[in-house]
Design a protein around this ligand. Structure first.
Ligand SMILES: NC(=O)c1ccc[n+]([C@@H]2O[C@H](COP(=O)([O-])OP(=O)(O)OC[C@H]3O[C@@H](n4cnc5c(N)ncnc54)[C@H](O)[C@@H]3O)[C@@H](O)[C@H]2O)c1
Length: 279
């Protein structure tokens, strides 16, 4: 495993109070105790449970430019997990998923941050059919507004990795929960431990801009993740490690699952103009 590779000395985790943010923060608090890093800043709009010596906790919204600039100051790396994490109205997505990453990237440039790891999503490519195996070169094919915000983040990371020194590592995360609960997860599931393994790769590997998939060792996954493997990602968890009971019998035509067929919230066409969203 790549856990013993040198890490950036100072790390900011955004979305630290969230499901994945808590896992990453917990791991990095341990890295701080072990002397692998020297400074850890945990940011969320909500209160963050973790604390400890050398841990700086910041409760603020990244949608504010000043807050983003203060958050990035004197950091070597950013693990950007903050945001609205499912389909939503634009009024919620624009500040949390678009403005926040735009400000954070500008701040990263100005403050000399080496790299940003970005929690992208399978919903950036959710309209690919489940019968098509894709890799990291697959262009975006979003299935929702949420997916569109993730594609925006990926392209922002690509632009800044080209025009500025800030390296970008975009993780198209599948389904990262405590356990698999639905049949779809047999193709998309990533355990928390494997997510941490992927974050370790993003923090330690040498690259300029990469797209990788956040998925465990699923036998017939939708995604060819050889790019992540090339960079050092070795998922350790297989279905027997994360399927503990009956799976909800889901069956989808598109990789994004229900996101691909759910209507856009808040905009109902007039009667007679409804359309089936199957592509
Ligand atoms: N868990 C998954 O399966 C999965 C899959 C694909 C992508 N992702 C992405 O990974 C990231 C983390 O996912 P999660 O499951 O932990 O989601 P989560 O909703 O539990 O956590 C997101 C965190 O971001 C914080 N946040 C929201 N807006 C903010 C703002 N303006 N400023 C600061 N903080 C803000 C929230 O308070 C929350 O704690 C999200 O960006 C999500 O879109 C997760």
């Amino acid at each position: 495993m790549s856990e013993k590779k040198p890490l950036p000395r100072s790390i900011l985790v955004t979305g630290a109070a969230g499901r994945l943010g808590h896992q990453v923060s917990d791991h990095l608090v341990q890295a701080l105790r072990d002397g692998r890093i020297s400074r850890l800043r945990l940011l969320d709009i909500e209160p963050t449970a973790l604390s400890g010596p050398g841990v700086e906790v910041v409760q603020t919204s990244l949608a504010g430019r000043e807050a983003a600039f203060a958050a990035a100051e004197s950091m070597d790396a950013i693990v950007h997990l903050a945001g609205v994490s499912s389909e939503n109205e634009w009024e919620n997505l624009v500040p949390a998923n678009l403005a926040a990453i735009a400000h954070l990237y500008d701040a990263a440039v100005v403050h000399g941050v080496d790299r940003v790891l970005f929690a992208s999503s399978n919903h950036a490519i959710g309209f690919y059919p489940v019968t098509q195996r894709i890799d990291h070169t697959a262009p975006g094919l979003v299935d929702s507004r949420y997916g569109l915000t993730k594609l925006f983040g990926e392209e922002l990371a690509r632009l800044y990795a080209t025009k500025t020194p800030v390296r970008g590592f975009c993780m198209r995360i599948g389904s990262c929960f405590p356990a698999a609960t639905a049949a779809r997860h047999m193709y998309t599931y990533q355990s928390f431990a494997d997510f941490i393994r992927l974050v370790e790769v993003g923090l330690s590997a040498d690259y300029r801009f990469e797209i990788v998939y956040g998925v465990s060792d699923v036998p017939d996954g939708y995604w060819d993740n050889s790019n992540a493997f090339r960079l050092g990602y070795q998922p350790a968890d297989k279905p027997e490690d994360f399927v503990f009971g009956e799976l909800e019998p889901t069956q989808y035509d598109f990789q994004g699952g229900s996101f691909a067929t759910d209507p856009l919230p808040g905009v109902t066409p007039p009667p007679g103009r409804l359309r089936d969203s199957g592509r």
